[in-house]
Every structure is written in structure tokens, then in C-alpha cells.
Design a protein around this ligand. Structure first.
Ligand SMILES: [Mn+2]
Length: 321
């Protein structure tokens, strides 16, 4: 069993230990000062990282995890593999909050893991790490129920607004997998070009040069979707005029310019738990347990130097590449 280091906040230690419980705490409410401490420590940790992180060799044996959406049961199963030492590291592709019952606990547990194991846990930003989405899909309501005092509620909402701007947008594993939440942004040459986008992300709006272009990349990497029937170029997205779909040729060219082998992404529940498209060049996963009838089972990617596999949350092997 992996040892939980000293020197992290007590709340973090308790939440990590709670992932190993058969009946974990539910509906957790945390003290605001403790929450602020965890969030601020995470911002300090992530603030200097770029929006395309070249991951260290710790990530040579890694899990890549899709949308969790407030589902503590899935999270605990996944975290157990890591704490039991079955894998060396984990990359989470975003969408930690909204829809599920316990978004607050999920996101604070993930921040706790990142603080406890800063060289082995990487959290990326999904499109639900955004308070405008949270107001529509449940997290804001959960926070309001847990912190009904007006002052407390607005303090917490501001903390999350700030936090979201410090999650990196993408990462590249030593095995050559590009990790992001949504899809390839229209016009982005290679994944390393996201390194030009500053943190906090709201800085993009204040930049004089190329600000429109950077703002589009920031949005699209969290929102775009692949279209497995499309060959060339970019298409219109059903999600809105700011977003795009992309096909196999765009994927091939982007991978070659980025010097990478494949893309791992999440974001779409209607694709089911996993999908392999463009000849193994793009893997889709969704890692939240049965999800409104759309996802029957949750899956994760396990990448090692020997092979890349899709596994269910009991660690059974499915697709092997
Ligand atoms: Mn999403």
C-alpha cells in the first residue's frame, strides 16, 4: 500500500483514506478555511505548469481517466488501484463535478491526491470546470445546499472560479499519448502550441496579441469532438458555433506534428464507456458509473511501455493496443 505523506492538510489525508472505505462518507461538508487552504495549495502547485505538460517518466505506467461527474463510487475504485500500487501514476481528463451526487467530495479528494502525490497525479481541465456550466448541471446547487449562508456560498463559488483557471489543458505521456478533455482545436498546429496559453486562463482575455485565437483554442480543447465518419478537415458541432468536430486526417497530422502516437479523451457519454476510433489513434473513455442509461459501465486507459489497454473499474482488461 502506498504511504500517504505527512505535511499535507489533515482534510486531504482523511479524504484519501476515505477512498479505501467500503462505505465512504457521503454528502461531505467541509470547513471553508480548510477548503480554501487545499484550493490555494493546489493553485500554488499547478500555477507554474504549462497548458501542455510533458509528463515525467513516473507516467510510464499510468492510468488515464475520463469524466467522473461527482461519482464517488467510481472515483474510489480508481484511486484504490493507485494506492494499492497497481499503477505508478494517474492523469484525469476533467469533468470532476456536476450531474453526480457528490461533486464537492470528488473534486476535493482529487486535489488532495494531487497535493499528496505531486509527481504522480495530474488533473486536467474539463468543460464542466466552469461555473456557468455548474449553475445548469448541479454543482452550484449542491454547494448552495451545503453552504446556505450567502457570504459562505459566494466565498466558495469564488474559490472554485479561481481554481478552475489553474487546471492545465493537456498533457503528453512519455508513451506518446496526448491527454485532453474534448478534442483538437481548429487551427492548432500541435499540442505543444497550447504552452502559449497563460494561467490563470482569464489572462487570455487580457492579452493583446492573438487573444481571439488563444481563447478559441482554450475553449475547443475542452469541447470539440471527433467524428469517426469524417476524413478531412473540421465540421460543425451540435454543441454550438464556437465548437467543431474533426476527422481522421486532422488527427493524423496533429499527432505527427506533436510527435505523439495517439489521443486519449473523454467528454461524450453517448459514445458509451469506451471507443477506439481512427485505427487506435484516438481512444475515448468515460469513467463514471452507469450514467443516465448512456454509459452502462465505466472504463479507464492503462498505459505501460508494453501495451495500452482499456480496463473496467475492476481492472479487467478489454481492448489491447
Ligand atoms: Mn465534458
Amino acid at each position: 500500500m502506498r504511504e500517504i505523506p505527512n505535511g499535507i492538510p489533515e482534510l486531504c489525508k482523511n479524504l484519501i483514506l476515505d477512498t479505501l472505505q467500503i462505505t465512504p462518507l457521503s454528502n461531505a461538508i467541509f470547513n471553508i478555511e480548510e477548503l480554501a487552504d487545499v484550493i490555494n495549495q493546489f493553485i500554488e502547485l499547478e500555477g507554474n505548469k504549462s497548458n501542455c505538460i510533458e509528463l515525467s517518466t513516473n507516467y510510464i505506467d499510468t492510468l488515464i481517466i475520463g469524466d467522473i461527474h461527482g461519482d464517488v463510487t467510481s472515483l474510489n475504485k480508481i484511486v484504490s488501484h493507485f494506492l494499492e500500487g497497481k499503477v505508478n501514476s494517474m492523469v484525469f481528463l476533467g469533468d470532476y463535478v456536476d450531474r453526480g451526487d457528490d461533486s464537492l467530495k470528488v473534486i476535493i479528494t482529487l486535489l488532495s491526491l494531487a497535493l499528496a502525490f505531486p509527481n504522480n497525479i495530474q488533473l486536467l481541465r474539463g468543460n464542466h470546470e466552469d461555473s456557468a456550466l455548474n449553475r445548469r448541471y448541479g454543482f452550484t446547487k449542491e454547494l448552495y445546499q451545503k453552504y446556505p449562508d450567502k457570504g459562505d456560498f459566494s466565498a466558495i463559488e469564488s474559490l472554485f472560479d479561481l481554481l478552475y483557471e489553474y487546471f492545465s489543458l493537456s498533457a503528453l505521456t512519455p508513451g506518446g499519448t496526448i491527454c485532453f478533455h474534448g478534442g483538437i482545436p481548429n487551427g492548432l498546429e500541435k499540442i505543444q502550441s497550447l504552452q502559449k496559453i497563460p494561467k490563470p486562463h482569464s489572462q487570455v482575455i487580457l492579452m493583446n496579441e492573438n487573444r481571439d485565437e488563444y481563447y478559441q483554442y482554450l475553449q475547443q480543447v475542452m469541447w470539440n469532438d471527433p467524428d469517426e465518419n469524417m476524413k478531412e478537415g473540421y465540421g460543425n458541432s451540435k454543441r454550438g458555433s464556437n465548437f467543431h468536430t474533426f476527422g481522421s486526417e486532422v488527427t493524423e497530422e496533429f499527432l505527427s506534428k506533436s510527435n505523439a502516437k495517439r489521443i486519449a479523451r473523454a467528454h461524450e457519454s453517448h459514445r458509451g464507456g469506451f471507443q477506439n476510433i481512427f485505427n487506435g489513434k484516438l481512444l475515448h473513455i468515460f469513467s463514471s458509473q452507469p450514467y443516465f442509461g448512456l454509459v452502462k459501465k465505466a472504463y479507464i486507459i492503462h498505459e505501460t511501455p508494453e501495451k495500452t489497454t482499456i480496463r473496467d473499474l475492476d481492472f479487467n482488461e478489454f481492448l489491447v493496443l
